[in-house]
Ligand binder design. Structure first.
Ligand code: ADE
Ligand code: ZN
Length: 338
């Protein structure tokens, strides 16, 4: 079976996606004009030329600058609609989307402005394209705990729209346990916890995300492979992992895509998934991630189907909806074989 055709056709969920990371250069320039924001770029080519990263921090500097064009509710709405329309064509049926409210609040944009634009687009996508969604608010780990508590207080006023809390931004030197208290309060308030861990930081950060933050899913987790006991624990507990191959390549967590651990993850029985992270910045949406990593590490059709099934199993939808996702995949595979 042709792998690219299979990947295009498979129903799937995307579970690791920063909505601000879907801002395409053309939209960035358009919104800068609409909102009178000064950017150091005059053309799409100039924006793209800036996307040369040596590490996570290089990327984050550009990412926070890029999102400065998001000012009004409709900017967040347009951004989210564009992402959903794109992945609808990629077979995506369910999305679990991150947003970074502190990055907006810091520059004077209210929590509600960002939230309203994003949720209105998510509701429209459900109605018009039958894409279901959950929204996860990330705490920025480069900011102090108090700032995270402020964001949590805002989130508590909008529990009907916010499903979970995450932890993102600069990882080195900012271990998960610095946020134990705010995660404890978030869990007590009913938010489901996840965290970026082991993207650049060591395996110990994955362990403390599990132990101290009690996360139900690990974002990236690549460096967990440095600790075999930790991997054994995650296999035993079927802790979901949201891997992002093109992100890891572009941020130089790996030198070449054939070094990506996704095949190894499947082989040892981890509940691994493939996602795009910040597709506009890393050169590919979710299907590009599947295709390029499949080719680089030599995934067979069975492994690609397993990844798509894992995307539903690792999501936060009901067991009945997970089964519907898996059934839709089986139907798709049968159709392609006949
Ligand atoms: N924010 C957006 N993308 C991120 C990533 N890959 N790691 C940490 N923080 C992020
Ligand atoms: Zn991420």
């Amino acid at each position: 079976m042709n792998l690219d055709r299979l990947i295009d056709a498979l129903p799937k969920a995307e579970l690791h996606l920063h909505i601000e990371g879907t801002l395409e250069p053309a939209m960035m320039l358009e919104l800068a004009k609409r909102n009178n924001v000064d950017l150091p770029y005059a053309s799409v080519a100039e924006v793209q030329a800036a996307y040369e990263f040596n590490n996570l921090q290089d990327f984050l500097d550009i990412y926070y600058q890029g999102m400065s064009v998001l000012i009004e509710v409709r900017d967040f709405y347009d951004l989210t609609c564009a992402y959903l329309a794109k992945v609808h064509g990629d077979g995506v049926r369910h999305v679990e989307i991150f947003f970074d409210p502190q990055a907006h609040m810091e520059r004077g944009i209210s929590f509600e402005t960002a939230l309203e634009g994003i949720t209105t687009a998510l509701q429209a996508a459900h109605k018009e394209m039958n894409i279901s969604s959950k929204l996860i608010m990330c705490f920025l780990r480069h900011l102090p705990e108090e700032a995270a508590f402020e964001a949590l207080e805002c989130a508590c006023k909008h529990k009907e729209h916010i499903f979970g809390v995450g932890l993102d931004s600069s990882e080195a030197g900012r271990p998960p346990e610095l946020f134990s208290r705010v995660f404890a309060e978030a869990r007590a308030q009913g938010f489901v916890p996840v965290a970026h861990a082991g993207e650049e930081g060591p395996a110990a950060y994955v362990e403390t995300a599990l132990d101290d933050l009690q996360v139900q899913r690990v974002d990236h987790g690549n460096r967990a492979f440095e600790d075999p006991a930790l991997i054994a624990r995650m296999v035993r507990d079927q802790t979901p992992l949201t891997m992002c191959p093109l992100s890891n390549l572009r941020l130089r967590g790996i030198e070449r895509l054939d070094q990506h651990p996704v095949k190894k993850a499947l082989k040892v029985g981890l509940l691994a998934t493939v996602n795009s992270d910040d597709p506009s910045y890393f050169g590919g949406y979710v299907n590009d991630n599947y295709k390029q990593v499949a080719k680089a590490v030599g995934l067979d059709a069975g492994e690609v189907v397993q990844l798509a099934k894992n995307s539903f199993a690792a999501s936060f939808i009901s067991n009945a909806d997970k089964q519907k996702g898996v059934d839709a995949i089986d139907e798709c595979v049968n159709r392609l074989q006949n």
